[in-house]
Design a protein around this ligand. Sequence first.
Ligand code: PLP
Length: 388
Amino acid sequence: MLSAAFNIVGFSWITSPAATELEVIVLDWFAKMLKLPSQFLSDAPGGGVIQGTASEAVLVVLLAARDRTLKKHGKKSLEKLVVYASDQTHSALQKACQVAGIFPENFRVVKADCSKNYAVAPEAVSEAISVDLSSGLIPFFICATVGTTSSSAVDPLPELGNIAQGHDMWFHIDAAYAGSACMCPEYRHHLDGVEKADSFNMNAHKWFLTNFDCSLLWVKDRSYLVEALSTNPEFLKNKASQANSVVDFKDWQIPLGRRFRSLKLWMVLRLYGVENLQSYIRKHIQLAEHFEQLVLSDSRFEVVTPRLFSLVCFRLLPPTSEYEGGRQLNYDLMDAANSSGKIFISHTVLAGKFVLRFAVGAPLTEEQHVDAAWKLLQDEATKLSGSA
Ligand code: PLP
């Protein structure tokens, strides 16, 4: 409410020094909380900035990477630039490629490895890169995910980082959802390898008690962002910017205008504190674990992928005679559960299986709600098997 009421339009430092300075401070705090490498801090060549969404975050770093590569290979090389990601990567990357002018045929979607909980296999990425290099193309961008949207898989960051470094490629990590969990020491290992990344993103507006929108992006070298995105029209010139002594976040993002979003994050951090925020995350993960145990205790169901965070991927096992492999059955179960108006679950498809997704992430969720949701799912499953 304060952020909206202050109505700050803080594009340049001069338009609101407080908004800019607080953003720098809060993102440094956050980076330290996540134990990001020191290069991502504001007193290093890197730094953090608040974007509206993870989609904007990946777009701006893709533009920075594109321009860095074109500078090396020449402007006419755009048609040769290739991006790599897994088939579990969020569609935000594809959209970013469309906006950035990456040729659609140069967007490599590497199939994730179902034996590794749908993380991408580094060997498959390496192989795709070798094929492209031998065709005279220029691999320039790898996007890894920590907590994929469908099943919260974690891509192997150290190996992908090595591949990126070996080919002078930009390495971006999308931790939009699961980044929040990594502030707990017991989940921080999922970020091992982040030291090899050029950029790292997580959404405070997903699982960090911060109102939409608030997507946190850190880069290891801010000069690439600024080179790709800065403009310097006469009407924005001012003493502070020209002395190069301040940060103008307009050069780290697509729009010019920007809101006082750091105030929201500052408020969350100051109000709760790190320990309470860690307990908040742990509680959700425990509730998801509880749900997972409930599913495992009913032989009519299966847990489809091992649960890493607060998302459980599960399904009702179809009778062996069902030729669709449980698609209709699970669709009907989801539809019945959602039509009750009591819970809302969503779905995905993994290796051809129609999978239901139970996610804990709301501040007021308690064990009784998880139990009630499970009972509802069990009852609906019973009705469905009765009508089969
Ligand atoms: N990346 C991941 C892993 C996501 O789960 C999502 C949203 O679900 C996004 C990116 C896109 O987020 P945004 O809506 O902030 O662009």
